[in-house]
Write a protein that binds this ligand. Structure first.
Ligand code: 5AD
Ligand code: FES
Length: 329
């Protein structure tokens, strides 16, 4: 199917039919296996002030924290011992974790765990910084474009142009990373047309990984009175992405699991093939609240892994161990 015919199909059919087609594609390319990425939220300091985000600079209700190098390495070690082979180091845009500092940490992980994938998710950096981190041993980088609509993007992100983010994504590709991006679904001001453009932009960027989740209004942000859109929009977006990008890794996100008890299962059934258990040390988790109602705040990494295994079994899927690298597009 061409992109145009997929969009027509998406517009015409009911959600049930859309999901069935996406699930077929997912089954054919990815089978029953679901990959895991252990998420380490290592700093909630952020220089940016995005209107939707709970750890935005202006939110002075947040207790700020940073994990030190030792804590990060111990968290990776404990995840590794539980079988994880892919680790996402995520933070706000924290000036204290300059690329040179981060590179030192990446190098230690690289040497200590040679067969684990190292994924960074630390915002926009310069081309040189991305190269430095790649050289230190990082394999992948996640940087959502958040919305493909330039006006909405600038409005929600303190005037920063969408173009800057797209430049960063192209720099990452140039530096030879496996690149992930994506967007939130149901932002205020978003239209169905924008939602379709969001998915098409993911396809155009030829992403190795595409991460999406529902926007959940945060009471401590300027978008506190925004409407909560139904999870169904995220499920439809998942199916559309899977049809447009059969090989791309698509996570069933924590935001979906937070908005709907079975949000992650629903995303998997609509075409997602990755889960991202949170393995941040428990003491810090409650301070990394991008949105309210976030799940897995009190559970240990082990508990979440057990929970996810059961959840996958209940829908006929199975967690597989390994790095889960990008498939050649
Ligand atoms: N609701 C849902 N997702 C959010 N993110 C930030 N704030 C929110 C929110 N209020 C997402 C952004 C960011 C990712 C780490 O979390 O897409 O890139
Ligand atoms: Fe964390 Fe279920 S995945 S409690």
């Amino acid at each position: 199917m061409t992109k145009e015919s997929i969009i027509d199909f998406y517009k015409e059919v009911d959600t049930e039919t859309l999901i069935v087609e996406a699930a077929k594609v997912c089954q054919k390319v990815h089978g029953n296996g679901v990959w895991l990425r252990g998420l380490i939220e290592f700093s909630n300091y952020c220089a940016q002030d995005c209107l939707y985000c709970g750890i935005r600079r202006s939110n002075n209700k947040v207790t700020r924290y940073r994990l030190n190098e030792k804590e990060i390495l111990e968290t990776v070690k404990s995840g590794y011992q539980q079988g994880l082979r892919s680790f996402v180091l995520q933070s706000g845009e924290d000036p204290c974790f300059q690329a040179s500092v981060l590179a030192g940490i990446v190098e230690k992980i690289r040497n200590g765990f040679p067969n684990a994938a190292i994924v960074l998710s630390c915002g926009v950096k310069t081309e040189e910084e991305y190269r430095l981190l790649k050289k230190a041993g990082a394999d992948r980088y996640l940087l959502r474009f958040e919305t493909s609509d330039p006006a909405l993007h600038a409005k929600l992100r303190g005037g920063i142009p969408l173009e800057r983010r797209l430049k960063a994504l192209s720099d990452l590709k140039e530096a030879d990373y496996q690149v992930g991006s994506g967007y939130m679904v149901g932002l205020p001001g978003e239209t169905e047309k924008i939602r379709i453009q969001n998915a098409l932009l993911c396809a155009k960027l030829e992403l190795d990984m595409a991460g999406i989740g529902p926007f959940i209004p945060n009471p401590d942000t300027p978008l506190n009175e925004a409407k909560q859109e139904d999870i169904i929009l995220t499920i439809r977006a998942t199916a559309l992405l899977r049809l447009l990008m059969p090989k791309t890794h698509i996570p069933a996100t924590t935001a979906a699991g937070s908005l709907d008890k079975f949000g992650r299962e629903k995303m998997i059934l609509a075409g997602a093939n990755v889960l991202m258990p949170n393995i941040t040390p428990i003491a810090y988790r409650k301070h990394y609240l991008l949105y309210p109602g976030k799940i897995c705040i009190e559970e240990s990494g082990e508990q979440c892994l057990g929970c996810l295994a059961l959840r996958m079994k209940s829908i006929g899927r199975e967690i597989q161990s390994g790095r889960g690298d990008a498939l050649a597009l």
